[in-house]
Design a protein around this ligand. Sequence first.
Ligand SMILES: [Mn+2]
Length: 432
Amino acid sequence: MHIATTHRNTDFDGLASIIAATLLYPGTVAVCPKNVNPNVHRFLSLHKTAFDIILAGEVDLANVTRLIVTDTNQWRRLDRVDQLRGRDDVEVLLWDHHMGIGDINPHWQCVEKIGATITLLARAIKEQGIALTPLQATLFLLGLYEDTGQLTFSSTTPEDARAAAFLLEQGADLNIAVDFLNMAYGEVQKKVLFRLMRDAEQHEIKGKRVGIGVVHINKHVELSMVVQLYGKIVNADAVFVIFVNEGGGYFVIGRSSAPEINVNNILQRFGGGGHPGAGSATITDTRMAPGEIRQKILAALHEVQRGGALVADMMSFPVTTVPPSTPMDDVRRIMEEKKIRGVVVEEEERLQGIVVLWDLKKLRLKKQWSSPVKAFMNRQVATIPPDALASEAAELMVQKNIGHLPVVQGEKVIGIVTRTDIINYLYGMLPM
Ligand SMILES: [Mn+2]
């Protein structure tokens, strides 16, 4: 078994690096420490099944013959792999950008003084002509941006900027990335927030509070976090801010927490886009006055109703169901055969519970495998109706940190939403 792992309190650079290692070394398993930093935790609550990751405690260390360490050169920062230390039959490879003296003595290493470890792996991926999915590219860019402060830290090198360019070419999604980063909050951002608090208009549109602001800027800096923060402070359901560039042209940022207000749909009218909850548009047509843009946004807000995909558009079906008396052995076999991570328990077409792959890991005794699923299933099942918005399903799954959401009409389960469905939806792989 070949594994790639990284330091505890894992940041995006560490997580990105172990996923990148699985691409560079096919057959390698990504092993994530149990403790990850809060931003990574938030990211994984939504994305964990999109990547093949196992936890440090789940590795059978006796079978490991290769250990790829990323983003640290110290054994004590790794999670539960101590037994591999000093073992002759284990080949150790190291990818890192920490130049201090470490106690990992690898057989091979790529260690350079550079902004982020993922830069080194992304460079190798590019050289080998490996194509990335937008999701992988987004995660890698998150790692790169977090460790380099969006390429502003003095540790940033031209290599890091080249890696960023490569990741953007591969479809890295900035609208998603910014939501997972703690953005710098400097003087310009403070001024913008102050002006928004003082000048922005508040509208009540179809029962939703919408803030609309126009702010002149002379410097292009990261502003989406300010827009989001402003929305939170004034308790708005959605916010649109039109930034007027001193040199001409506009940049519009939109954020929405209301399923009825789809930022993507609205900003597409200005040649921009994004996602239902977050988006932006660059407007180069300087003949349009800021007031006109504001009017157009308002008009769109009045028009737009329940935009975006519905749960019925994104759910998977038919759903695999079993009766409550099914032995756990059969449940396991069904999951393996159908390559699914969750099975719905139904009796007489009524939802009784759900059992997921994780629950199988709780079984310790052999005789438990012949016990009925009703003894192990979760009875408190969160469900969603088919006419709810896809974004509501996404929100609910993140909030409850669950990977399966049965879609229920009356009492009957007609479909299921999984993390994969959510990812496909978020990354725009669904017709909207
Ligand atoms: Mn790092």
